[in-house]
Design a protein around this ligand. Structure first.
Ligand code: FEO
Length: 408
């Protein structure tokens, strides 16, 4: 665990977590950090604690002592969000101290009780409520429902102008030596932008409307540091991550980079021949291509890659009168995540009958995805020259269609 003083009287405890499925679903190929913060005035508060992650109270003691905090002196646990990656320490903390106050929203209070059975120590806060810790440290609380659960809030420390944003402005990806935006190399900046997109698309994109409201709320603060619950801190240019999140919210609704993702699967290589042809056409046109073969690709990577692309090609054959199931399942997952408005072209082979096209329409309709389609191309068996010509025409039409959706 890393211990860093991020501003006068405010320490971060940060730990890297790997080899786990985030939320029990998402493969975090490059790990994730869990950040918590200790704010010391005359009184002391912990915000977004992760230090009980291993369930061992001694870990908590040890890490606090190393930053000169006696656990007995902690007065407040600030629960910005009850998801256990931020709140799992409540149970642990209660083992080492009896008299403390949990500060949270009314919705979080319900979960404190149902997760940890700790109803006596809660103080519920509303928009703008404050907590003066003394010595110039004053916290204020700002509910941001559905960023990412209904219980969530931001906490702002006015003395140092630090915004503790919890899931908002977070990213996947381990932090090694560097933790602040002004320490990062250009490769690390690129890495965390990509991991930010993976995090947003896997965990947050369903809540894009709420995230836009949280961005507006952020703009009301005078900010020196944005300190999220996951990923790097922003002190040189906090506006960068605010702008990144604004851009990601556009990706959720059809915008994207000048890239085309080919979401594909093939039973015996007939559709794959057309995929390889499509890849060559896209390379000829200078468009970055991302090939996502289902079911071999991870769901996490598939969602992140389609999410950030302005254009999508679905290449899937008919299978038992419906769409090749791994591709249909991927589309359903994108629908659940509310990835809407993408520019799309589909092709695929059939043997005895069609059916993939009908199921595609059902998935798009059922999930209200509002994807904008170029006319599909279906071919019997292996694609013939005339089929490839139709596919090339479809790709050229897709490239035109996606131009208005590019957000870099
Ligand atoms: Fe990082 Fe919604 O928990």
């Amino acid at each position: 665990m890393k211990k860093i003083e991020i501003a006068e009287g405010i320490h971060m405890l940060s730990m890297n977590v790997e080899e786990m499925l985030f939320e029990g679903i998402w493969e975090v190929a490059n790990g994730v950090t869990l950040n918590s913060y200790i704010v010391k005035g005359e009184k002391t508060a912990i915000i977004d604690g992760v230090i009980g992650w291993d369930g061992v109270p001694e870990t908590l003691y040890k890490n606090l002592e190393e930053i000169d905090v006696n656990p007995k002196d902690i007065d407040y646990l600030i629960v910005n969000h009850m998801e256990p990656d931020h709140s799992g320490w409540i149970e642990n903390f209660a083992k080492i101290k009896e008299d403390f106050t949990i500060i949270c929203t009314d919705k979080a209070a319900r979960l404190v009780n149902s997760f940890y059975g700790d109803s006596d120590r809660i103080r519920i806060v509303k928009e703008g409520d404050t907590l003066d810790l003394g010595n110039g440290k004053k916290l204020s609380f700002h509910p941001t429902p559905n960023v990412h659960w209904p219980d969530t809030m931001l906490t702002y420390e006015s003395g140092t102008k630090t915004l503790f944003s919890c899931d908002m402005y977070g990213a996947f990806g381990k932090m090694e030596k560097h933790h602040f935006d002004d320490e990062m190399t250009s490769e690390e900046v690129e890495f965390f932008e990509k991991e930010g997109i993976r995090y947003y698309s896997n965990v947050m994109t369903t809540f894009t409307a709420a995230i836009r409201k949280a961005i507006q709320k952020t703009e009301e603060f005078d900010i020196n540091i944005i300190a999220p619950g996951h990923g790097p801190l922003y002190r040189k240019n906090p506006q960068k991550i605010i702008d990144d999140y604004g851009r990601f919210s556009q990706y959720a609704e059809g915008g994207g980079k000048n890239e085309i993702s080919i979401l594909w699967g093939s039973m015996y290589g007939m559709t794959e021949k057309a995929v390889n042809f499509a890849e060559k056409i896209l390379q000829r046109e200078g468009i970055k291509v991302n090939k996502l073969e289902m079911p071999l690709e991870s769901q996490s990577e598939m969602i992140a890659t389609v999410f950030r692309s302005a254009g999508v090609i679905i290449a899937a054959p008919t299978y038992e009168y419906k769409m090749f199931p791994p591709v249909a399942a991927a589309l359903d997952e994108l629908g659940r995540k509310k990835v809407t408005g993408k520019a799309v072209f589909r092709f695929g082979s059939y043997g005895w009958s069609g059916g993939a096209e009908k199921e595609l329409a059902e998935i798009i309709e059922r999930n209200r995805m509002k994807w904008d389609f170029v006319e599909s191309v279906e071919f019997e068996g292996s694609p013939k020259q005339e089929d490839l010509e139709k596919i090339e025409a479809g790709i050229m039409e897709l490239i035109e269609k996606m131009k208005e959706k590019i957000v870099e």
